[in-house]
Ligand binder design. Structure first.
Ligand code: GLP
Length: 247
């Protein structure tokens, strides 16, 4: 059973389980791409979006959805990891989505983790988003501490794409993808909260009991830098799709 509520400006969809959150999310993405074939997507990594990407791959393989004219911008990348590193977000995106759909790889953008001048690369990333006329539809996950992309607690509402230090609990949460915790980079490049809030539409997906607290604090109480996802309350078209465990 799916429950739909409105909390302030945010539309909240509560699904039974991860599979259904993915189905719901994929439907929003598919409908938007069918309406505008050259849609500009903002994409996310982490465990949560994998099922949604599987749904999009299925639709693409069945001939029901084409990404041929779609452009994409990923939220973030670990500083120091090249695109062919198995734990880099470029590698993740290729493996979990881009390699399986008809998107032009040259239309996919992930921040450069190995730039010699990361500050200049961050400015160029912002410029590329502007040149593409901004992000139409942004997918987000949420960290257990309320982070979005790699905007950790303390990030400002107006932050832009930049290099950030990762918090200890983010390093701990993400260590499961590495063979040991010491391999997790301590810094990353991330779109800022200001960058994310400029997307025309935002969909955040959260599943599992370890996201319950972050989801609740993001939806209730005033937007504040301690819970970066709470700033999404300032967006006019933001949907949270969560499962029962996260609600
Ligand atoms: C990382 C990413 C975030 C993502 C978060 C949650 O920190 N930078 O964009 O939302 O992980 O990931 P998961 O879905 O694996 O819980």
């Amino acid at each position: 059973m799916t429950e739909i509520k409105k909390i302030g400006t945010i539309k909240l969809i509560i699904c039974d389980d991860l599979k259904n959150t993915a189905k719901h999310g994929a439907k929003i993405f598919a409908e938007a791409i069918r309406k505008k074939s050259d849609l500009v997507l903002g994409l996310a990594t982490g465990g949560t979006p994998v099922e949604l990407y599987k749904e999009l791959i299925r639709m693409n393989k069945e001939g029901a959805l084409s990404f041929r004219q779609v452009n994409s911008f990923n939220l973030d990348e670990y500083l120091g990891l090249a695109g062919d590193h198995p734990q880099s977000y470029r590698y993740f995106m290729n493996k979990n989505l881009f390699d399986h759909i008809d998107i032009e790889k040259s239309n996919t953008h992930v921040p450069d983790g190995t730039s010699e001048n990361p500050d200049i690369s961050c400015k160029q990333y912002e410029e590329s988003i502007k040149e593409a006329n901004g992000i139409d539809l942004q997918l987000l996950g949420i960290g257990s501490n309320g982070h979005i992309a790699f905007n950790e607690p303390g990030s400002s509402l107006t932050s832009r794409t930049r290099v950030v230090d990762l918090k200890e609990n983010t390093i701990n949460d993400n260590a499961r993808f590495f063979s040991n915790k010491s391999e997790v980079p301590k810094k990353a490049v991330t779109m800022g909260i200001g960058t994310i809030l400029e997307a025309k539409k935002i969909v955040l997906i959260a599943t599992g009991a370890n996201k319950k607290d972050a989801v609740s604090k993001s939806l209730n109480g005033k937007p504040n830098p301690n819970i970066p996802a709470s700033f999404l309350q300032n967006h006019p078209d933001c949907t949270f799709i969560i499962d029962n465990e996260a609600s």
